[in-house]
Design a protein around this ligand. Structure first.
Ligand SMILES: *Cc1c(COP(=O)(O)O)cnc(C)c1O
Length: 423
């Protein structure tokens, strides 16, 4: 499959039926699997042979979707999780534990910010946030021998900061550190993080990958690029896992993915549901087409808003004067996706008037599906954050997050124009 282009992989990768089998994956709604003899089952448990034994660890429908996303990212394996947040959590816990620290970009999704800022410290994992615009030297100062990984988003949600891959990958390589990238808003169609030095790629598949706002899901892709063997940062990959028959993960072809499944998926049970995997697999068929249209539409909408007198500022990397335009030309040349943010020229009250005047574009917590939607983070998703934290996360009070869908661009623009006139 690897030799095919991305749009081909979208529709063909992950599942190929044998004679007489269904053309698309079936929803394998079974917790458990039959084995005629106990040795065959024991071999599965020992990871000596492929096969399913319990859907908390692996399931055929989930495997089809995992195979598709792994192929799209050029990874060696993928692990389907219950949601994007569980993917970020399980990826972190696969390598970090009490006494360790991690480096996280401060321009990340609100849920990820809370996870690393509040919940991980309760488990003894310290998070050192960095400003993605800081110099490599400044970011490096945060690293010590207890640092386990660096994490950032390709296109940050909702601040729309574009990741400087070379800068962060350079730091990670120099310190032999795992580099994790949350690629949710770019998808492998617009950017393949592996090509720019990422070792682990994370997704909320609930967004563009599934595309229809029908199913929650998360994915952890092991790019197979990181050499854990004898790296003193990662003893848990180099000593036998007594909870898994003495397996030494660093010796495997899929070290991270196997450890994640064998330990974290096993122990937390946060695997993707078969029904969600089925919907996501189908949704992903059209990912390449949709990302093209999202990007085209967003480019037109951003150009319209940038000229509008009631709009104070617009952030979309397609705009030539955007701070991240040059990075987008380098890492997102095929399009910058449908997510943007803009500032209403006025206070929270004006933001509210604007949003309530929209007719086609609806107010939603969700982003990145086929339908255009808006959100005012300061009064909704980010309302737990203090004013200082809002600034740190790049979310000022007048910020409106707009997820441009795949409707006709003229209709989207007309709706925005009508609502802006009401302010
Ligand atoms: C939505 C999102 C998440 C969380 O995903 P869920 O599927 O909602 O749990 C994580 N990262 C990014 C960048 C997101 O946009």
């Amino acid at each position: 499959m690897d030799k095919y282009n991305l749009d081909t992989l979208c529709v063909q990768a992950g599942y190929s039926p044998k004679t007489g089998e269904s053309r698309i994956p079936t929803i394998c709604q079974s917790t458990t699997f039959f084995y005629g003899d106990s040795q065959a089952m024991a071999d599965c448990f020992d990871l000596k042979s492929d096969g399913y034994f319990y859907s908390r660890l692996e399931n055929p429908t989930v495997a089809a979707f995992e195979g598709k996303v792994a192929a799209l990212d050029g990874g060696v394996a993928a692990v389907g999780c219950a949601s994007g947040m569980s993917a970020v959590t399980l990826a972190a816990l696969t390598i970090a534990g009490a006494g360790d620290n991690v480096l996280c970009s401060q321009a990340v999704y609100g849920g990820t910010f809370n996870l690393f800022g509040t919940t991980m410290p309760k488990l003894g994992i310290e998070c050192r946030f960095f400003d993605p615009d800081d110099s490599a030297e400044d970011i490096e100062k945060l690293i010590d021998d207890k640092t386990k990984f660096i994490i950032a988003e390709t296109i940050a949600n909702p601040s729309i900061v574009v990741l400087d891959f070379d800068k962060i990958a350079g730091i990670a390589k120099k310190h032999k550190l795992v580099f994790m990238v949350d690629n949710t808003l770019a998808t492998p169609i617009l950017c393949r993080p592996k090509e720019f030095g990422a070792d682990i790629v994370l997704y909320s598949t609930s967004k563009y990958i599934e595309g229809h706002a029908a199913a929650l899901g998360g994915m952890i892709v092991d790019c197979g690029t990181f050499n854990f063997k004898d790296n003193p940062r990662y003893p848990s990959f180099n000593v036998p896992d007594e909870s898994y028959h003495g397996l030494v993960y660093a010796d495997l072809a899929v070290p991270f993915g196997t450890k994640c499944r064998a330990q974290l998926i096993r122990d937390t049970g946060a695997i993707m549901a078969p029904m969600n995997a089925y919907l996501s697999y189908l949704g992903c068929d059209t990912l390449a087409l949709r990302m093209e249209r999202h990007s085209e539409n967003a480019k037109k909408v951003a150009a319209f808003l940038a000229k509008h007198p009631k709009v104070a500022w617009v952030k979309h990397a397609s705009l030539p004067d955007n701070k991240y335009h040059a990075l987008a030309e380098k890492y997102l040349p095929k399009g910058q996706g449908g997510m943007m943010s803009f500032g209403i020229d006025g206070d929270i009250e004006k933001c509210r008037t604007f949003m309530e005047a929209l007719k086609l574009i609806t107010q939603e917590t969700h982003v990145a599906d086929v339908r255009s939607c808006v959100l005012h983070p300061a009064s909704t998703t980010h309302r737990q954050l203090s004013e200082h934290e809002l600034e740190m996360a790049g979310v000022p009070q007048n910020l409106v997050r707009l997820s441009v869908g795949i409707e006709n661009a003229d209709d989207i623009i007309a709706d925005l124009d009508g609502a802006l006139k009401k302010i």
